[in-house]
Design a protein around this ligand. Structure first.
Ligand code: ATP
Ligand code: MG
Length: 418
């Protein structure tokens, strides 16, 4: 038997309500902040990600699903959402539209990783992008949106950690300081970190190998190297968050996994999901659009991992109730009443009442059993007598009360009771 590829997950009809709930919350909160949805392709030219995400990142170095299409072009399944949105923004000349540009996406993303709880090869993200605003208020707005989204799910044990990684000017001095600090330890560090040491030493701070983590603990902090502008920006972000009643801790170890970040970076973290604690990560990326097009457009955004959110929701007991079956099951005793049930179901559906009838030629008893098992609310039984009378015996499975209801009044009867 052919099985699902490693690191992928099916969402069965019995679980889909959890995803629909999560997605509805995302849309609701994004809408409250006047962000509109954007949809971009699942695959893009490989170059978009190597240039946009950055070729010193884990994503570009080892996690991308890249292949040649039949025309010999190198394409890549999107490993994240920002690069595609940035491309669309530039391609459609949206810098000339009303700014700030505010968009959200709910997407699947693909990374060739070692699968474990909260780490998949196909996973899903809810993300937001805000382009055109350089000020601290934009950072605070995006963080506030993320915070409101997590709170709307009822999560209480997710913590916000923020940091500033400065701009290219102050970071140069910091890179120098990091290199001086790490140089004597280079022999004890993992192979990846040795490459990072040359290309982008800040990335060492993001390493998940225990030995490297330990060494990184004593490393210099970017916060001590911020230039005056970056420091003022960070101070303002913090004070806006405080004013908005959004609790945070400053965590100098947060650098984020992508190359394009500058100034503010943040993560929402939870212990509840096990080892993969970051449920949402984001920050400012003022150089990304410039890197792709030449014109600088300041940008800030985040992406939340939806599988990790579901794990945390489960652990914090925040799952919504499972959805129920049809509002009304129409059971038929014999051929004519089954036919009538089929027609009545059509009519009820037209009135906005979800309906099912028997498609399996089952006995009335078996039909009742099915209605009960699938969580139907009402069962209306039709037989010879009911057809003659033009009325059905309607049972409310929640209260077990039964009543005779004229066919023509079925819809109103049900609507009155729900
Ligand atoms: P990590 O450090 O856990 O690898 P990351 O820095 O690579 O995360 P981002 O690229 O910032 O993650 O993606 C944003 C969010 O998407 C993460 O915080 C996480 O919740 C989720 N995410 C990232 N990679 C995966 C994956 N392979 N499986 C499931 N969720 C993921
Ligand atoms: Mg990663």
């Amino acid at each position: 038997m052919i099985q699902i590829p490693k690191g992928c997950k099916d969402v069965l009809p019995s679980q889909a309500y959890q995803w629909q709930y999560l997605e509805a919350k995302a849309r609701e909160i994004a809408g409250a902040y006047a962000f509109k949805e954007i949809r971009t392709p699942v695959f893009e030219h490989t170059e978009l990600f190597s240039r946009g995400v950055g070729d010193t990142t884990d994503i570009v170095n080892k996690e991308m699903y890249t292949f040649l299409d039949k025309g010999g072009r190198s394409v890549t399944l999107r490993p994240e959402g920002t690069a595609g949105v940035a491309r669309a923004f530039l391609e459609h000349g949206l810098a000339g539209s009303a700014l700030p540009f505010k968009a959200y996406y709910i997407i699947s993303a693909f990374r060739y990783e070692r699968p474990q709880a909260g780490r998949l090869r196909e996973f899903h993200q809810f993300g937001c992008e805000l382009y055109g605003a350089a000020g601290a208020a934009a950072d605070a707005e995006v963080i506030s949106l993320a915070d409101a989204f997590l709170k709307s799910l009822g999560l209480k044990k997710v913590e916000l950690r923020i940091n500033s990684i400065g701009c290219k000017h102050c970071r140069a001095r910091y890179h120098q300081a990091l290199k001086e600090y790490f140089a004597p330890h280079i022999g004890e560090m993992c192979e990846d970190c040795r490459a990072r040491f040359e290309k982008n030493p800040m990335r060492i701070l993001d390493c998940k190998v225990e030995g490297c983590k330990k060494i990184a603990q004593g490393a210099p902090r970017m916060l001590d190297y911020l230039c005056d502008d970056c420091r003022a920006h960070f101070e303002q972000v913090k004070s806006l968050l405080t004013e908005a009643g959004i609790a945070y801790t400053v965590d100098a170890s947060i650098v984020r996994g992508l190359d394009y970040y500058s100034r503010t970076v943040f993560e929402f973290v939870s212990d509840a999901a096990g080892a993969q604690g970051t449920v949402l990560g984001g920050g400012r990326y003022d150089t990304l659009l410039e890197q792709m097009d030449g014109k600088p457009v300041p940008a800030v955004g985040f992406a939340a991992g939806m599988e990790r959110l579901l794990l945390v929701m489960e652990a914090e007991n925040c799952m919504p109730p499972a959805d129920t079956g049809a509002m009304c099951y129409l059971a038929g005793m014999d051929a004519p009443s089954r036919e009538k049930a089929f027609l009545l179901a059509q009519k009820l559906r037209g009135e906005g009442i979800s309906c099912e009838t028997d498609l399996m030629d089952r006995s009335v008893k078996a039909q009742f059993k099915y209605a009960d098992k699938t969580g139907a609310r009402f069962v209306a039984v039709l037989g010879e007598r009911e057809l003659a009378e033009g009325a059905a015996e309607v049972k409310d499975l929640r209260t077990s009360a039964s009543e005779r209801v004229n066919f023509g009044e079925l819809a109103d009867y049900i609507k009155r009771r729900i």
